[in-house]
Design a protein around this ligand. Structure first.
Ligand code: FA5
Length: 348
């Protein structure tokens, strides 16, 4: 082949390529194009193999022409390949298109249940005074719930808290005082102890201010010098923190088998403000907590030397605090899941 014939063949091949590339519409026709014009049997390959017959003085010129031809065809191929990829991508984007004009779903944010708002408030208050937080199970041994709290089996003082028995030795705990026994056992007779124990408790009770399930926060302080004055100061600070100065607080002597002396604290009634009504059984006050100096028997039973250590303890009713704080008329509202009640505590 002389140089003119080669030039002619290149022109012809380029013309064929230009005509073929416009017919390429998908990957398969693109593959055919590649096979035909860049493959082993293509004009390009044939021209390369003809190179050995080209006279040496023309080799350089002819070689460049053939290399340029292959480059031009490759560019046609690459351009088409990119074009097809873009078309496919565009199609995919169209299919996955999100209509941002659709209105979104608005989610209503809830708020803390009033019961847990009170638990958190009381917990924060005591953590601020340097108390630790302890926990215990709701299914508790008779031993921890009663016996270690100086309430022996068959003793009349058991009547104060009628619990739900699971077996003779297991009960649903009737007060968070059961955690006292656990904390004291873990301390192995060595003080000081300064803990609160928030949790749920169960009793056979049922009226507007008494439920079969309710919450308490127990407090226990044992040291060589904890006094009754410290107890009164702690409780006064707590009740002021919870209810402010408006509600009247009164302490009165009481009885608990695990404390001596014992007291109870009442808050003026949320319904009548202290004049007397059906909620406060005409007393003007609602009982909120029990407390006292830890009974020496409890110290001894739980491994503490009562000639060295003394302490105080208290148990606050969480639901009662919430009722008085938020003027809630029936304790059962806390767990009947009435959304109208709960939505009163939503923050918009
Ligand atoms: C006790 O449970 C003692 N363990 C508290 C205590 C701890 C005293 C440490 C001394 C030392 P009481 O039974 O009074 O005490 O209950 C304490 C508080 O729990 C009550 O003041 C009241 O606020 C709440 N409470 C009691 N029974 C119910 C009930 N059925 N429903 C809702 N709250 C209740």
């Amino acid at each position: 082949m002389d140089i003119n014939e080669i030039k002619l063949a290149i022109e012809k091949e380029l013309g064929a390529c230009r005509a073929d590339i416009v017919k390429v519409v998908d990957q398969s026709s693109l593959n055919d194009f590649k096979g035909l014009h860049l493959g082993k049997k293509s004009v390009c390959s044939a021209l390369f193999s003809q190179m050995r017959n080209v006279p040496s003085e023309s080799k350089q010129i002819v070689g460049k022409l053939v290399v340029d031809l292959r480059q031009e065809i490759s560019e046609m191929f690459n351009k088409k390949e990119t074009e097809l990829k873009n078309i496919a991508l565009e199609k995919q984007l169209q299919n996955e298109k999100v209509d941002i004009n659709l209105p979104g779903y608005s989610t209503k944010l809830g708020s803390k249940h009033p019961f847990f708002a009170v638990v958190d408030d009381i917990t924060d208050f005591f953590v601020g005074l340097g108390y630790d937080i302890a926990d215990g199970p709701e299914v508790e041994s008779d031993h921890n719930n009663f016996e270690m709290m100086n309430i022996p089996k068959d003793h009349p003082s058991r009547d104060m808290q009628d619990s739900f028995s699971i077996t003779d030795e297991l009960v649903l705990r009737s007060h968070t005082s059961a955690v006292q026994a656990r904390v004291m056992a873990a301390s192995k007779g060595v003080g000081p102890i300064k803990v609160i124990c928030p949790g749920k408790v169960y009793r056979r009770d049922n009226d507007a201010t008494h439920s079969h399930q309710f919450g308490q926060v127990e407090g226990l302080v044992i040291s060589e010098d904890a006094t009754f004055a410290n107890l009164l100061e702690t409780l006064t600070l707590l009740l002021k923190h919870l209810f402010g100065d408006k509600r009247k607080v009164r302490f009165r002597p009481s009885y608990f088998p695990f404390t001596e002396p014992s007291i109870e604290a009442d808050i003026s009634c949320f319904e009548c403000g202290g004049t007397g009504c059906k909620f406060c059984k005409n007393t003007g006050y609602i009982e909120i907590l029990g407390a006292g100096m830890v009974h020496p028997n409890v110290l001894r039973l739980n491994g503490f030397d009562d000639s060295k250590y003394q302490g105080f303890a208290f148990g606050i009713g969480i639901d009662r605090v919430a009722m008085l704080k938020y003027n809630i008329d029936d304790i059962k509202r806390f767990y009947t899941n009435d959304i109208r009640f709960l939505s009163e505590f939503y923050k918009e």
